[in-house]
Design a protein around this ligand. Structure first.
Ligand code: NDP
Length: 327
């Protein structure tokens, strides 16, 4: 038996509990991992609370991230004792995930734990941080350089935003943070943001084109915020869009794209090919100041996860939540 969070949905309704699970219930897979840490992402909070249609088969163990040690493997690349990371691939949505002491997975989904990080640090990064790095890689792929000007990061005090701010700063970019939490100004400055803008100024309908300011942007909010970010991005600038914390709609015009050559780069971490994942984790190893992870993250136990999920959706959680599944 092992402990895990279980989401059930039946005639009795949608419910989530911390419970004892039998190893025989683990799904199919060629690698069994003894999980040490998982995380609480925005998507996990949607799954746990039932506020978003994340879980597509029941019962489900949530947790889109995990790290741990291989306990059993028939996969040619992995041996007992190897330390792994798992991000995405539908884990915690269609396949039992990381918010439990054990997981059985497809070995092709796994990434070796980079030597620069402890398991806790890897989860302090987690899907949010790896997605932030995918956004940075997109900006680079389209040729954005520090000398081109300021980079805007929205939802900056959240998980993706915090890591994006820290990595971009380390790479020499000038980062302007958008946040709804003035109390986090010092936190965002400690990560490297030079200025903080109130998210309310981006949240309402704006003009098709505004004053050009951003050489690039990382947006986790969507909706009017993303439309306004595109409208104020400089000629040939890049906007990496990865989130919907403010809404899934995009009430924009094509003006920024056809008159200023702005590129809207979509970022998906879930099905991202393995080669790009390995590159993102390699770059996190070289371009994220690990000393910042203690500020960005806090650690909780499995028992703390359920109450924290609602707080995270209310935007009351700063940075990243690491879950020690063994406490
Ligand atoms: P967090 O909850 O940690 O951060 C989201 C941040 O967005 C909040 O901290 C808040 O920042 C801001 N925010 C919240 N609600 C609103 C709102 N109504 N309007 C404007 N801003 C808001 O989540 P993550 O950083 O983990 O994820 C951010 C988004 O990215 C989510 O939508 C998530 O689903 C998505 N995501 C997508 C991935 C992909 O593969 N495409 C992977 C990972 C995440 P502040 O307090 O600073 O204003």
């Amino acid at each position: 038996m092992f402990k895990g969070i279980l989401i059930e949905k039946d005639e009795a309704g949608y419910r989530t509990s911390l419970t004892d699970l039998d190893e025989g219930r683990l799904p199919d897979g060629d690698v069994t991992v003894r999980v040490s840490h998982s995380t609480l992402n925005y998507k996990d909070a949607l799954a746990i609370t039932g506020k978003g249609p994340v879980v597509r088969s029941f019962p489900m163990v949530p947790g889109i991230d995990l790290t741990g040690t291989v306990e059993h493997s028939t996969h040619p690349d992995y041996e007992v004792g190897d330390m792994m990371i798992l991000n995405g691939w539908g884990v915690g949505e269609t396949h039992w995930g990381g918010l439990a002491q054990k997981a059985r997975l497809n070995g092709n989904w796994l990434v070796p734990l980079p030597g620069q990080f402890t398991p806790q640090q890897a989860m302090a990064i987690g899907t949010a941080g790896y997605t932030a790095m995918l956004c940075v890689l997109a900006l680079e792929r389209y040729g954005v350089k520090p000398e081109h000007g300021e980079i805007l990061v929205t939802g900056a005090a959240g998980g993706v935003g915090s890591v994006a701010t820290a990595v971009l700063t380390r790479l020499g970019f000038t980062v302007v943070a958008v946040s709804g939490r003035p109390a986090e100004t010092e936190y965002l400055k400690s990560l490297g943001a030079v200025e903080m803008l109130d998210r309310a100024t981006f949240a309402t309908p704006g003009k098709p084109l505004g004053k050009e300011r951003w050489a690039g942007a990382v947006d986790v909010v969507g909706s009017h915020t993303l439309a306004n970010v595109c409208a104020t991005t400089k000629y040939r600038g890049i906007v990496a869009a990865c989130g919907l914390a403010g809404g899934m709609d995009l009430p924009a015009t094509v003006a920024p794209f056809i008159l200023r050559g702005v590129t809207l780069a979509g970022i998906d971490s879930v099905m991202c090919p393995r080669r790009e994942r390995l590159e993102a984790w390699r770059r996190l190893g070289s371009d994220l100041d690990v000393s910042k992870l203690a500020t960005i993250s806090k650690e909780v136990g499995l028992t703390d996860v359920l109450p924290l999920a609602s707080k995270l959706l209310n935007g009351e959680v700063r940075g990243r939540v690491v879950v020690d599944v063994n406490r």
